[in-house]
Design a protein around this ligand. Structure first.
Ligand code: AMP
Length: 416
């Protein structure tokens, strides 16, 4: 983008009216942000005023910028050798890494230092960065507590505490760690809490630890993005893999995530697909962090076409170009369905999401449809050799998709 176009965009941008400084406006104009999303328009003015905020917004709504931009504005610039003034806590290593890279991008004209702290990697780089003086620390709870115990980090300088994806931290059993960390922070801090859902345990945490918070709820009811086409394919458990292969064969796909319930299942499916020459990687929490980071990077860059993941990849991660999601196993928690299929259709792009449903998964399907308050269209793959076709729902006019007989040489993601 030329300088004059950036300047014009800066003036026109709805962000200028929110009161963000020039360096931030320039960075986001270069990233192509024109108008604040609803969660950004709702949160940024309150955060700039120093208020505590509860942001309820589903993943992909721009919630990272909703807190990162005003935090960068308030911190101003880097203080040489100073202790961290902002701490962002998130549930997974991948989310923390993504938030850090967002801070770096938004802060490219604001001289601030960030430090990423999470488990699964050595302490050396984290210690060096903390020693050198970081303004913003982005961390997962476990490793942060290790640093606190070893007295390599203390929270006394933290003026802004951001709790991101708190519902996920609750699901993952981190809520006590989060409480411990909050208690170690100073009382006069600003607290920003973001969560797609706000169950009772989080309400209690809010009541105890936030001061007169402003609530910004954007689409608090989780619903699938309108840009995602989603369908269910009833099939016997024995034929799930074959049906999935047949579906993959007939799609034009740039990048796909296949979700499984178990880590062992993800490994197995990745192996089976690899045996069929697909370029694929598993993604789950038993894999070494280095492998997870590399696979994610390769997937984002298009070097890996299929990621076979457990729910670790379903929330928060901003992988912009996912064209297809297949739920090999139906999610156990209804809201995970929305998170999983939310991997596609991000930022108004189109995406397809297919869910394979075996007869014993019917109750989970019912729960999902109740949760999203809509019927998911039911399909069968014409030409697929079904051993039997389970009846998941008999009052549905199930349109058919024809299976491609000729699995030509241009199939996506295969090694030639
Ligand atoms: P998030 O919900 O923070 O994961 O953001 C989802 C995606 O939306 C990311 O790719 C962001 O870069 C992008 N994004 C965030 N805010 C805006 C905006 N105001 N305009 C355009 N894209 C945005």
């Amino acid at each position: 983008m030329t300088q004059s176009t950036i300047d014009e965009n800066l003036e026109k941008s709805g962000f200028a009216e929110l009161g963000l400084n020039e360096s931030i406006l320039r960075a986001i104009a270069e990233m192509g942000y024109r108008q604040p999303t609803p969660i950004q328009a709702g949160s940024i003015p309150h955060i700039l005023e120093g208020k505590d905020v509860i942001g309820s917004a589903q993943t992909g709504t721009g919630k990272t910028a909703a807190y990162a931009l005003p935090v960068l504005h308030r911190l101003g610039g880097h203080r040489e050798g100073a202790a961290p003034r902002c701490l962002v806590l998130g549930p997974t290593r991948e989310l923390a890494a993504q938030v850090e890279s967002n801070f770096v991008e938004y802060g490219r004209y604001s001289p601030l230092k960030c430090c990423l702290i999470h488990g699964g990697v050595g302490y050396g780089k984290q210690l060096e960065e903390l020693k050198a003086g970081a303004d913003v620390v982005i961390a997962t709870p476990g490793r942060l507590l290790d640093h606190i115990q070893q007295k390599t980090f203390n929270l006394s300088s933290v003026e802004v505490l951001v709790l991101d994806e708190v519902d996920r931290m609750l699901d993952m059993g981190f809520i006590d760690d989060v409480r411990r960390i909050i208690r170690l922070c100073r009382k006069d801090r600003q607290t920003l809490l973001f969560s797609a859902t706000v169950p009772d345990a989080i309400k209690r945490l809010i009541a105890v630890h936030l001061k007169d918070p402003v609530e910004v709820s954007i689409g608090i009811k989780l619903s699938p993005a309108e840009t995602v086409k989603h369908e269910i394919y009833p099939v016997g458990a024995m034929q799930k893999f074959d049906l999935m292969l047949a579906l993959i064969e007939q799609m034009e796909i740039d990048s796909m995530i296949i979700f499984c319930r178990m880590k062992s299942g993800a490994d197995r499916i990745a192996r089976w697909l690899e045996d069929r020459n697909y370029i694929v990687a598993p993604m789950h929490s038993d894999l070494p962090q280095k492998v997870r980071t590399r696979s994610l990077e390769d997937f984002k860059e298009g070097r890996i076409k299929i990621l076979v993941a457990t729910d670790i990849a379903s929330r928060g991660l901003d992988i912009a170009h996912v064209t297809h999601v297949i739920n090999f196993d139906i999610p156990q928690h209804a809201e995970d369905y929305v998170h999983r299929i939310g991997r596609t259709g991000r930022a108004q792009r189109d995406g397809d999401a297919f869910t394979l449903v075996a007869p014993d998964e019917q109750s989970h399907l019912d729960a999902i449809e109740k949760f999203i308050d809509q019927r998911i269209p039911q399909r069968s793959l014409e030409g697929f050799n079904y051993m039997y076709q389970p009846i998941i729902r008999d009052n549905d006019q199930a349109p058919k998709r024809r299976a491609k007989r000729n699995s030509g040489s241009s199939r996506f993601g295969r090694r030639r």
